[in-house]
Design a binder for this molecule. Structure first.
Ligand code: 173
Length: 323
């Protein structure tokens, strides 16, 4: 009897000793980007990773593996889901193959800071945990509306006879505008334009210079619609394996990343000027048509979400709506 108690005590000591050892150990998370390595999103992420690693010595480190050459854009979601990588910079439209609801985040009309306050962020995480085996960590891009870029002039919101490159972000809206659509990863847009496979493409207001698309772009249609969602996501088991200290450290850095999101408004101003300088003409609608255009985008976007997943769309909609 005595012997057994001693054995149990020894086992317990070993177990706690082991846990303490593990707690003291540094963990390195493998991160990939679904966006190009030379693009603005990764440019913004790199200094953050550097600071993360400098301040996280002995606690938590991030190893940036690379962009779409490491893991193709539309495979990144599954890589996070299955734990092939620990973390990714991605957008929901790139992992609708994991869960169609991923693309719903383009419909948020409140800042991410407010999403954290009003319960949207938790609601998102319940879905991301359950359906994608992911933790939704932080949204690092805000105030980047999507636009239609095209080489065929229009004088009203009608894309009849145009073939437009899309991702799931734009599908229902562009189809409602009578476009023919073709889905490609960002990495294929330049070639598609060059070969005349597409007349235009959807993309946010910023970033078209990163892959030289300005060379093949004549017009931008205003206004923009939705808000580009570019976020860090993490494999859920990897997230749950972190110690409390590691999780606290991660959270501190994620909030610091989001705190830099005021960058995007200024970036928009710069990119608009740069596009104009590059000779890209703006197609503008009269105010009533412009308003109807944006309203239609949200109406079509939510209708698709509600059709896809009524219960989840119903939960998200009031939390994503502007006050
Ligand atoms: O590839 C895309 O057009 C797309 O879906 C997207 C989403 C967020 C940011 C940039 C592009």
């Amino acid at each position: 009897m005595k012997r057994r108690v001693l054995c149990q005590a020894a086992a317990l000591l070993m177990a706690t000793g082991f846990a303490a050892g593990a707690a003291a150990q540094e963990t390195t998370l493998r991160l990939v980007s679904a966006f190009a390595e030379n693009g603005i999103y990764v440019q913004r992420l790199q200094p953050w990773i550097q600071k993360f690693n400098a301040e996280g010595k002995g606690v938590l480190q991030i190893n940036f593996i690379g962009g779409p050459k490491a893991i193709p854009t539309f495979e990144v979601g599954n890589a996070v889901k299955t734990g092939v990588v620990d973390m990714a910079l991605a957008t929901g439209a790139f992992y609708t193959n994991v869960m169609p609801e991923a693309d719903f985040l383009k419909l948020t009309q409140v800042p991410v800071a407010e999403q954290r306050r009003n319960g949207a962020f938790d609601a998102i995480n319940r879905v991301w945990n359950d359906k994608a085996n992911m933790q939704y960590l932080a949204r690092m891009v805000e105030n980047q509306p999507f636009h239609i870029y095209t080489n065929k002039k229009v004088d009203k919101p009608d894309l009849s006879g145009q073939k437009i490159r899309i991702t799931p972000v734009y599908r229902e809206f562009f189809q409602a505008l009578n476009a023919n659509v073709v889905t490609t990863a960002p990495g294929e847009v330049y070639t598609a334009l060059e070969r005349g496979v597409v007349d235009g493409y959807g993309w946010p207001i910023g970033g078209i210079f990163d892959l030289n698309w300005h060379e093949k772009t004549k017009y931008r249609i205003d206004p923009g619609f939705y808000d580009a969602e570019v976020s860090l996501v993490m494999n859920l088991p990897a997230y749950r394996k972190l110690t409390q200290a590691q999780r606290d450290y991660l959270q501190k850095q994620l909030l610091a990343l989001e705190a830099q999101n005021s960058f995007w408004a200024k970036y928009t101003t710069d990119e608009v000027a740069r596009q104009q300088k590059a000779g890209i003409e703006t197609i503008k609608f009269d105010p009533a048509t412009a308003k109807a255009f944006v309203d239609r985008a949200y109406q079509v976007g939510w209708a698709a979400a509600e059709k896809q997943s009524p219960e989840i769309a119903g939960r998200f909609k009031p939390l994503f709506a502007p006050k």
